[in-house]
Design a protein around this ligand. Sequence first.
Ligand code: CAA
Length: 258
Amino acid sequence: MPYEMILTETQGRVGLIRLNRPQALNALCDQLMTELGQALRDYDADPAIAAIVVTGSEKAFAAGADIKEMKDRTFPAVYLNDFIGERWETVLEIRKPVIAAVAGFALGGGCELAMMCDLIIAADTAKFGQPEINLGIIPGAGGSQRLTRAIGKSKAMEMILTGRMMDAAEAERSNLVCRVVPAADLIAEAVKIGEKIASLSAPSVAMAKEAVNAAFESTLTEGVRTERRLFLSLFATEDQKEGMAAFAEKRKPAFRNR
Ligand code: CAA
């Protein structure tokens, strides 16, 4: 489908999705979210793609849900249409690793979208925040939950109650992002992570993602049990035999994703 609000390109085995609504700082309107969901699903289904990078512009990853689009919506309309429902959460259904590469503003739904990705790499220009309180609302796409789990209660409470933004250095210190890089290197560094993932065994990558996600969605005991089951099941793959044989033989493994 031809996209109007995102750009897509592939770099090797990495699918790159760029939010592209510069006049609105990539505000996440319905059309943009629908296009993003479609592009994510397409890359997930494409065997040539091993990892996905979602990014925005230099000025904004995304400045949140589209305030102008939602300002006159009524409760029955948002409730019945499941605003912030399936359309916003497609990224959670993607089996391949999804990397958020954030430069500039990641606010409200933009911060929430980044946090729904598997990891966030930030440019030194990045600014994260949940400023919904300034609009008389609260985060609605998981921000109060994912930010709190990522950075802890006190900081999350301060940010969500006051709308204070956090710069890239603080985001790294607070474990919201895995790494901060110069803005000019952001895409290259994000793609490099994707390429590294692409060089590994796809079943182990998918199970590693599932295991880490279990840490967010279950108790410690259940999470450890999930990890154990996934770990043991990898002994059924040819890639486990290849990976370990290659180590013992002091050569590079040739993974075949089976
Ligand atoms: N929705 C709609 N339009 C937006 C927008 C948003 N979230 N954020 C920015 N824009 C638009 C502005 O209205 C402006 O458009 P016009 O030129 O037509 O006036 C354009 O983008 C550029 O923005 P600014 O002129 O405001 O740029 P700035 O550099 O002065 O300020 C900013 C940048 C601090 C990010 C400011 O734009 C801002 O505060 N934006 C809103 C951030 C926000 O409140 N996000 C939360 C939204 S609610 C939400 O996301 C709910 C949820 O949890 C799902």
